[in-house]
Design a protein around this ligand. Structure first.
Ligand code: NAD
Length: 476
């Protein structure tokens, strides 16, 4: 039932040449799901050569033909939808309903990029010299290397793969070793749809070793990464040596600001949905809840009541609304953040502990009166722990929202257009949600500023990331 785990190199699905592998676990049960082959150095070299060859072929295929292949792959993913979604839940832990929403979003991204690839436009520029023609061209940048985290096993992979392919690039992707089956299933849909050999390669291994080897090659021209800030900085340094252009989708620490003029009850419910989605393991998850003093008490009660109603369990059980953390290692991190917050004066309103059952389950947790000095107000929790504190006025809360080096997402609940206008102008964030936590769609740019990275995925900006601008002047 679980996907057969293989590498994809030069159009062939196969095991690694050195027989190195690692087990893949189900975080809800601890069960071993499968054995993941590692690519050896010679496998990586083959993938690099294949990606150069694949690029030379794919760049010459018309955008209309490329779109047909991507559309065929989208249909194959739809046919295989139930199996892929169940395996996504098995390896990552998120509830099946969330896995289905994610997979549908990945298919939408594939379709959107495929169509948008037909709309890569250059321009002509008026010449200073009579008779001269001046053209600005947009061409595919070249072979891409991509590394992605485990929290969105379908969407993280698809954003990079579909963007590369629609632009006419080849791509070598190293998905997360913790969630490989979804990536393999996406790869199979693309190869079954007729993608030429070498255009897409999928490799696994020790992340630091794979990325270092690929970055040292002269072949890749673009690196796209989704993951934590420290790894993003590390990869950027490696890429610099070969002048490889980067897109960095890194972590965040998103403030959620609740103003007193809002409907506090419905804001608290939406906050709980936003915060505990995927057990808080979302880069744009609201992570610092700053609530105006006069409604702080009412918000805490409503937020806690919504959190306590969340059914936590194995994502394959239809009733589960929140699954386990991706792996056991994340439990100790949550415990440490809670303990540190309590030491600095916070109180645990609900949760604050792992669940007494097998699997890496953690209770939806709310901490109150958490000071800005607590670790959780400064380091991305990436889990189901929500710190709350109060604020007095808008200038104070904007300063507190902007005080961290992150700048990925920010949210606010308010009905006041003057407040919204000030937030739009002054919050240092790549994504802003007003009375909503929905900030990611195939057709809109997604990405952060400051230490949260640069470059966008999605929207016309997402396609631009895989293109180079060139200028031609002609006179006869
Ligand atoms: P991590 O930083 O060790 O790993 C994150 C991902 O990066 C993993 O999937 C891993 O395979 C990959 N990775 C790690 N080192 C790499 C390297 N040298 N080269 C290439 N890829 C590499 O962290 P973790 O414990 O797995 O996850 C928790 C942290 O990751 C959180 O603090 C969060 O900031 C970050 N994260 C961010 C996102 C995001 O969407 N921005 C997603 C998942 C995790």
């Amino acid at each position: 039932m679980y996907e057969k785990l293989e590498l994809l190199i030069d159009g062939t699905w196969r095991q690694g040449s050195e027989d190195k592998s690692e087990p893949v676990y189900n975080p809800a049960t601890g069960e071993v799901l499968g054995t993941l082959p590692h690519a050896s150095v010679s496998d990586l070299d083959e993938a690099l050569l294949a990606s150069q060859k694949g690029f030379d072929v794919w760049r010459s295929v018309t955008a209309f033909e490329r779109q047909k292949t991507l559309e065929k792959a989208a249909r194959l993913l739809e046919e295989r939808f139930e199996t892929i979604a169940a395996n996504l839940t098995r390896e990552m832990g998120k509830p099946l309903a969330e896995a289905k929403v994610e997979l549908q979003m990945a298919i939408d991204i594939l379709r959107w990029y495929g169509e948008e690839g037909k709309r890569i436009y250059g321009r002509t520029v008026m010449p200073r010299v009579a008779g001269m023609q001046q053209t600005v061209r947009k061409d595919p940048i070249g072979p891409v290397i991509a590394f992605v985290a485990w929290n969105f096993p379908a969407v993280n992979v698809m954003r990079k793969v579909a963007g590369s392919l629609a632009a006419g690039c080849s791509v070598i992707i190293k998905p997360s070793e913790e969630t490989p089956a979804t990536a393999v299933a996406i790869g199979r849909a693309l190869t079954d749809a007729g993608l030429p050999d070498g255009v897409l390669s999928i490799v696994f291994g020790v992340p630091a070793e794979v990325s270092e080897h690929l970055c040292k090659s002269p072949i890749p021209r673009k690196l796209s990464f989704t993951g934590s800030v420290p790894i993003g900085i590390h990869l950027q340094k490696l890429a610099a040596e070969n002048m490889i252009k980067c897109t960095m989708e890194l972590g965040g620490h998103s403030p959620m600001i609740v103003f007193e003029d809002t409907d506090v009850q419905s804001a608290a419910k939406l906050c709980a949905m936003g915060k505990f989605r995927n057990a808080g393991q979302v880069c744009i998850s609201p992570t610092r809840f700053l609530v105006q003093k006069s409604v702080h008490g009412e918000f805490i009660d409503a937020f806690a009541s919504a959190a306590e109603k969340i059914a936590v369990g194995d994502g394959l059980e239809g009733t589960s609304q929140m699954g386990p953390l991706v792996a056991e290692r994340r439990i100790a991190i949550m415990d440490g953040l809670v303990e540190d917050a309590v030491k600095s004066g916070a109180t645990v309103v609900t949760g604050g502990h792992r669940l007494n059952r097998s699997g890496s389950f953690y209770a939806p947790t709310i901490l109150n009166n958490v000071s800005d000095e607590a670790q959780i107000m400064n380091a991305e929790p990436f889990g189901p722990v929500a710190p709350v504190d109060s604020f007095s006025d808008i200038d104070e809360v904007i300063a507190r929202a902007n005080r961290l080096p992150f700048g990925l997402a920010a949210y606010a609940f308010t009905k006041d257009p003057a407040i919204v206008n000030k937030l739009k102008n002054e919050l240092q964030t790549g994504l802003l949600g007003i009375n909503s936590t929905m900030v990611a769609f195939p057709e809109t740019p997604f990405g952060g500023i400051k230490h949260s990275g640069y470059g966008s995925e999605g929207g016309i900006e997402g396609l631009e990331a895989f293109l180079v601008t060139r200028f031609v002047t002609e006179t006869y």
